[in-house]
Design a protein around this ligand. Structure first.
Ligand code: GLN
Length: 278
């Protein structure tokens, strides 16, 4: 009989060929196979027999399938979110956007999350600001279903509405109204970027790539921001770590001021846009 502890050691060793987080991956997959939390497993079940279903999960991970897809969940800003291959997997880097938003948000207001995907940005914000309501949009009906399910599961459905919307269509911003806060993690990867196989093979290309310099979606979005902001409102965009100067330029042309904030790795990650005073 193989114990959980032995199986974890073997799986971590095998996965280290293809994953930088092999041990953690193995633990999350094992806890999923056992139907329990990782901490319960680590504290109380290491000598239990390995569940039979574990081997197939490790096989999938060895072929680069993201852990979040295999277990159907991803932790983001302390929330346990459902994710599917229809949404980008929420990333730690994007917590920078939530932090920036919470830092500047008062007790009440309306927030818009453009390209909400799993709902990560919108729901993390609303979970921490009970006096706010929000709208999430996406061009993918499948993604909206995931976001909606997450809002329900978190008990936030009464404060979050979701709309199908494609910002590449003319006039996309006309009927949305005005918001105190606009959040957006658009696609911003350069078309020929060499992405990790986990990302390239499994995540939606439409949520990642944005033309030769990764700027195409900002060029559609940023010029409309002024019209979406209530007086004194702020828009926060996730950006690639070499895009700050280009975004600041796009913002200036649209009559917006731009401040930049760094992620935990110290790289530019958030562009904070406000309407200029003059
Ligand atoms: N940071 C993501 C990545 O490099 C890209 C996210 C995005 O394009 N919005 O995989």
């Amino acid at each position: 009989m193989r114990t959980v502890a032995e199986a974890l050691r073997e799986a971590a060793e095998r996965l280290s060929a293809t994953s930088d987080t092999a041990r953690l991956d193995a633990e999350i997959l094992m806890a999923h196979a056992l139907g329990m939390s990782r901490s319960d497993m680590l504290l109380k079940h290491m000598r239990d027999p390995m569940p039979e279903s574990f081997a197939a999960l490790v096989d999938r991970r060895a072929l680069h399938e993201p852990v979040a897809h295999i277990v159907g969940r991803q932790e983001f800003y302390g929330l346990d979110l459902a994710v599917t291959p229809d949404t980008l997997i929420p990333r730690g880097d994007s917590e920078t956007i939530v932090e920036a938003a919470l830092d500047m948000a008062g007790d009440t207001g309306r927030v818009l999350d453009l390209g909400t995907g799993s709902g990560a940005l919108l729901l993390a914000f609303l979970a921490n600001r009970p006096g706010w309501t929000g709208v999430g949009t996406d061009r993918s009906p499948a993604a909206l279903a995931v976001a909606h399910g997450n809002a329900d599961a978190l008990g936030i459905e009464g404060r979050a509405r979701f709309f199908l919307l494609d910002w590449l269509q003319d006039g996309w911003s006309e009927d949305l109204g005005r918001f105190d806060l606009v959040l957006c993690n658009p696609p911003y990867v350069e078309a020929d970027a060499a992405l990790d196989p986990d990302v390239r093979l499994f995540e939606p290309a439409g949520a990642l790539f944005a033309g030769p310099e990764g700027l195409d979606d900002y060029l559609h979005l940023v010029p409309q921001v002024s019209g979406l902001l209530a007086p004194g409102g702020t828009a926060i965009f996730e950006i690639g770590h070499r895009q700050a100067a280009a975004i600041a330029q796009i913002a200036r042309v649209g009559g917006l001021e731009c401040a930049v904030r760094q992620d935990l790795a110290g790289r530019d990650r958030a562009a904070i846009l406000t309407r200029g005073v003059g």
